[in-house]
Design a protein around this ligand. Structure first.
Ligand code: TQI
Ligand code: CA
Ligand code: ZN
Ligand code: ZN
Length: 161
């Protein structure tokens, strides 16, 4: 079953903008399309619209690759362990750990960029973790597998908003 962050923070608008920080494309050429597909999937099943912005200052959601201690109080840990993190509404930061083995799709031992983006966007929108193993917001994933939106994730957004 879905959960929310403490005090159930949420966005005051269904129209959100996102931006990739400089260097994303050169760090991982597949990341921008994978994250864009993930936003499109969330938009197709919720009231949200997501549009890409080139204006880093004003974008609601900001995506970048980071390594180790990168100044937001939640350091990454090199290969393994934490893969990525995202903050509660309305902070809007979504960081990938650059030290993971990122891939697109199902590759043994590697992590699918889109699956992690789907999960982190759930956090950006205000979802916590789910107790249902098939849900996107379940806090575990097996490397080499992919996941999509589940009824429990959609229901969580409906209840929050
Ligand atoms: N990163 C954790 C996560 O996104 C960070 C985290 C822990 C967190 N508790 C949180 C973020 C509470 C927001 C709110 O869950 S992770 C998965 C999954 C991670 C894990 O690297 O462990 C995915 C990132 F679900 F597969 F295990 C993405 Cl998809
Ligand atoms: Ca890591
Ligand atoms: Zn971070
Ligand atoms: Zn999570």
């Amino acid at each position: 079953h879905f959960t929310f962050f403490r005090n159930s923070p949420k966005w005051p608008s269904f129209q959100l903008t996102y931006a990739f920080l400089p260097g994303t494309e050169s760090t991982n050429p597949n990341a921008i399309s994978a994250v864009t597909r993930a936003f499109d999937k969330w938009a197709s099943q919720t009231p949200f619209t997501f549009s890409r912005s080139q204006d880093l200052q004003s974008a609601n959601l900001k995506i970048r690759f980071q390594r180790g201690n990168h100044g937001d109080g939640d350091p990454f840990d090199g290969p393994g362990g934490t893969l990525a993190h995202a903050f509660r509404p309305t902070i809007g930061w979504f960081h990938y750990d650059v030290d993971e083995r990122w891939t697109v799709g199902r590759v043994p031992g590697a992590i699918d960029l889109e699956t992690v983006a789907l999960h982190e966007i759930g956090h950006l929108l205000g979802l916590g973790h789910s107790s249902i193993p098939q849900a996107l917001m379940y806090p575990e994933i097996n490397p080499g597998t992919t996941k999509g939106l589940h009824g429990d994730d959609i229901q969580g957004i409906k209840v929050l908003y």
